[in-house]
Design a protein around this ligand. Structure first.
Ligand code: NDP
Length: 460
């Protein structure tokens, strides 16, 4: 599907940063190589006095990798963008430079805040509405605010500059293909939706286990931890997609309304010693590499008690889900990488007497990136036909030709906020986790430990 960009200029603030180099430019490169960003001007800006050549070199590094697999037309598009790109030095927290930059660029402009969160916030606060040309899109990275109140404050600031549908709060975890795969699975299969409720589902687990440790990211991660970094943002979004009511369309309004309704019904209930767990990794080994204690990693303040693994039980208090636990878990430095949702169905009400062997509840596993599906069913076993056995129906779901950040950028450039987190939802996600953050900060839930490379803390 080709799409028309409505944005003429993509301005990346934080041009020298990690996000820009590692994720944004490669994502953009693959998008450009498909011919879907024709005519777009790329502009980088940062507080460093970079020469135009330094920025061009950064762009080339990312674009060259995409060019290797591109068509001739794709290579031409990449070369044209790399040739026309500009770099501007600007301290965006000072009064004036960002406004001047915006005034000098061909609009509509999408401003990507690839900056530390406090810097992005300050840059937006200092802008005045009359300095933001009509049609400007503001692209905000996570974390969006530091809590419900600060997210609300940031929303107010942004809404004084542009309308809500011109604000893109990025959640790169859910690429477009993954979102649509979940929706297609749920709403295009009549055998599934009638059992997708508390009468037939015992629990839903959403797991993001990483087999990577801190990887030198203490500066950001030690102040965040697993609950803020993964659950507050990404995993609650996946939970919402798995739990929403069927929307009439998959347009942004219907879908984002449905997501907001589910999140408003969601909470983590006290006592938090029952509904949450937190843990920190100890020295161990990952993929043959020795890993030190998290507390001994460079840049970590052990007294912060930052968790590297968080698990919470979310309750969705509505007709469909009352009483069904949604377990959300994410951890670092675990022995096995897992990125999936596991839906466990209730056992059959009565298994006819005479069957032998396993009678285990059905499970549906939805894997993310690559997107996969596995339905475990009980079937009659080989040999003894009375004996039950397990069979797995496995499918690979459609992948996107774009990288997740390419999908995010395509949404921004074509003016489609479908994949962006809406303002009320960003606040709602903080509302859900804030009581837990407070209880953890007050030491009300013990900080458990697990060895790097293990499966996490021992089951309770
Ligand atoms: P970095 O610290 O690597 O980069 C920050 C950038 O901001 C630098 O280019 C820096 O330029 C620039 N900057 C800082 N202050 C100013 C200023 N006053 N005016 C202009 N530019 C300024 O951060 P990341 O790239 O890692 O993160 C950026 C955002 O993306 C954060 O919100 C982060 O949470 C989010 N994010 C990052 C991910 C990642 O993997 N890195 C993943 C997901 C989200 P200079 O050095 O010239 O000051």
């Amino acid at each position: 599907m080709t799409s028309q960009t409505t944005v003429k200029t993509l301005l990346i603030l934080g041009a020298s940063g990690d996000l820009t180099g590692r994720l944004l430019l490669p994502g953009l490169a693959r998008l450009v190589a498909t011919g879907r960003a024709a005519g777009l001007l790329l502009v980088g800006a940062g507080s460093d006095p970079w020469s135009p050549e330094q920025w061009q070199e950064r762009v080339h590094t990312a674009f060259d990798a995409a060019a290797e697999t591109a068509t001739d037309a794709g290579r031409d598009a990449l070369a044209a963008m790399a040739k026309s790109t500009e770099y501007h030095q600007a301290d965006v927290t000072a009064d004036g430079p960002l406004a001047e930059l915006l005034a000098g660029l061909e609009g509509p402009v999408a401003v990507y805040f690839a900056l530390p969160p406090q810097v992005s916030q300050k840059a937006c606060e200092i802008l005045r509405p009359e300095q933001v040309p009509a049609g400007t899109r503001l692209v905000m990275e996570k974390p969006f605010g530091a809590g419900e109140e600060s997210a609300r404050e940031l929303n107010r600031t942004l809404l004084s500059l542009v309308p809500e549908d011109h604000i893109h709060r990025v959640d790169h975890f859910l690429g477009k293909a993954t979102v649509l795969n979940i929706l297609g699975l749920r709403f295009a299969n009549n055998f599934l939706e009638p059992v997708w409720n508390r009468d037939h589902i015992a629990k839903v687990e959403i797991i993001f286990d990483e087999d990577l440790a801190l990887e030198g990211r203490a500066r950001y991660y030690d102040g965040a931890g697993a609950l803020r970094d993964m659950i507050q943002s990404h995993l609650l979004q996946i939970m919402a997609l798995l739990a929403i009511e069927p929307p009439a369309t998959i347009g942004e309004r219907d879908l984002r309304d449905a997501i907001a309704a589910v999140l408003r019904a969601s909470s983590i209930k006290p006592p938090y010693t029952d509904s949450t767990r937190r843990a920190r990794y100890l020295a161990g080994s990952l993929g043959g590499k020795d890993i030190p204690d998290y507390a001994a990693e460079e840049g970590v303040d052990p007294d912060r008690n930052t968790e590297t693994l968080a698990e919470v039980r979310v309750d969705i208090d509505n007709w469909r889900w009352k009483g069904v636990p949604f377990i959300l878990r994410s951890g670092k430095a675990l022995g096995t990488k897992r990125k999936e949702a596991v839906v466990t169905f209730r056992p059959v009400p009565h298994l006819p007497a005479g069957f032998t062997g396993r009678d285990t509840p059905n499970t549906l596993r939805i894997g993310f990136g690559p997107d996969t599906l596995e339905l475990d069913v009980d079937v009659n076993g080989p040999g003894d036909i009375f004996s039950l056995d397990r069979a797995a129906l496995v499918a690979e779901l459609n992948a996107s030709e774009l990288l997740p950040y390419g999908e995010v950028l395509e949404g921004v450039l074509t003016g489609d906020p479908l994949l962006s987190v809406r303002g009320d939802t960003a606040e709602e996600c903080w509302r859900i986790v804030e009581p837990v953050l407070a209880a953890w900060a007050a030491g009300k839930v013990p900080l458990e430990e697990y060895r790097a490379g293990s499966g996490g803390p021992a089951p309770e």
